[in-house]
Design a protein around this ligand. Structure first.
Ligand code: 13P
Length: 248
């Protein structure tokens, strides 16, 4: 049985004092959940969030990292730097980074390898655009993204990769994929992993859905056979709303 992971992606929101208050408010609301709870916060919040979340069941992640260990990469943050302050997770290849910051399947793959090198657990995002969906090539796009992201990883690393299927047209738009569509896309990703790494590994990989997840639709999504939780944007910015998704 796969566990369910509900992760918040705060994107470029929340100052340190807001992060601290949020985690203090969220802690009692999610303390009894069986699901794993993660908050992926801006770099400037990481240290405060980790201290505030100590002795709770809330885990902290970053939203990006560089693939090199160190060097002349002004403005970048390495996996080793994240690990040094006890960050546990890192989102890699979010569509906003692919779209606005030239992230490619190749850099995504390098970042995942570097994340594992430093003991970070990657949450790897894949997803198709509206045009690709309408063209009927959504499955091809997301399975190819998955294949390229995981290329060269060991079986153990693939098992420990969290994948987030986030159709781009559903992000921040209020449009959620239907639970059937989301489940079918996630199943296609799982089948692709099975083809390359075998069914046992594919069955153990956690694959989340992301894109306008809220407390009102989380439960029906979570009831689907292949959806192992959610990566939540907007609805992760309010502790009460986010806790309802965690507990859905
Ligand atoms: P929304 O939940 O705001 O649609 O964002 C989804 C997302 O991009 C999470 O990474």
């Amino acid at each position: 049985m796969r566990k369910r992971i509900v992760a918040g992606n705060w994107k470029m929101n929340m100052l340190p004092n807001e992060a601290i208050h949020f985690i203090e408010e969220l802690t009692p609301l999610v303390k009894d959940t069986k699901n794993e709870v993660i908050l992926c916060v801006p770099y400037t919040d990481l240290f405060y969030a980790i201290l505030t979340a100590q002795n709770t069941n809330i885990k902290i992640g970053a939203q990006n990292m560089h693939f090199e260990d160190k060097g002349a990469y002004t403005g970048e943050v390495s996996g080793e730097m994240l690990k040094s302050i006890n960050v546990e997770y890192v989102i890699i290849g979010h569509s906003e980074r692919r779209q606005y910051f030239n992230e490619t399947d190749e850099t995504v793959n390098k970042k995942i390898k570097s994340a594992f090198k430093y003991g970070l657990k990657p949450i790897v995002c894949v997803g198709e655009t509206l045009e690709q969906r309408e063209e009927g090539i959504a499955e091809e796009v997301i399975t190819k993204q998955t294949e390229l992201a995981l290329a060269g990883l060991s079986d153990e690393q693939v098992k420990n990769t969290i994948i987030a299927y986030e159709p781009i047209w559903a992000i921040g738009t209020g449009k959620t994929a239907t639970k059937e569509d989301a489940n079918n896309s996630i199943r296609a990703i799982r089948n692709k992993i099975a083809k390359i790494y075998g069914q046992i590994i594919a069955d153990s990989v956690i694959i989340q859905y992301g894109g306008s997840v809220k407390s009102s639709n989380a439960k029906e999504l979570f009831e689907m056979s292949d959806i192992d939780g959610a990566l939540v944007g907007g609805a992760s910015l309010k502790a009460d709303e986010f806790s309802k998704i965690v507990n859905a």
